[in-house]
Design a protein around this ligand. Sequence first.
Ligand SMILES: [Ca+2]
Ligand SMILES: [Ca+2]
Ligand SMILES: [Ca+2]
Length: 178
Amino acid sequence: MTTAVKNERQIQRFKKWDVNGNGRIERSDYEAEAMRIIKAFGESPESPRGRAVRDAFIGMFEYQASEAGVGPNGALTQDQFLAVNEKLMFKDGDVGFSRLLRPTIRAIVDLCDTDGDGEVNPAEFKTWLKAIGVSGADADSAFQAIDTSGNGSLSVDELVNAVRDFHYGTLDVPLLGR
Ligand SMILES: [Ca+2]
Ligand SMILES: [Ca+2]
Ligand SMILES: [Ca+2]
């Protein structure tokens, strides 16, 4: 892992998720980001799948906010965001990372899992990349890098690991957008 890439990706993440651009991460930012993703997948925000994405983002915010000690309606500065993610994503290892991000990954899998098998096949994966605006990426090689079991299908665990590896700087596929 390179620290420079890791920090740069956390700062990118902060800027992307500070949707209203006021230099703080707040609940409303995550609601807006969830809405952006729901719409990008062509889902209705009020559908069960849409609500699951919003709930997952709010859950992620509440977890980060409580760990940062700012309360569920508080706001995180960039420094607080970086510090809390350092703990949750890296110091707490895979358990911390999974607890923070798995519900969101699960909910996004459900948005693109059109055949309903609970995993993401190559066509569904292309929908995912297109929705997050990285369709220029080499979808086939990204898919193969994430499909560590090699069975031609991406499980939620493989996708959680891919997001983790992106944040560790060892995989260059930004599944939650750049
Ligand atoms: Ca904000
Ligand atoms: Ca599927
Ligand atoms: Ca697999």
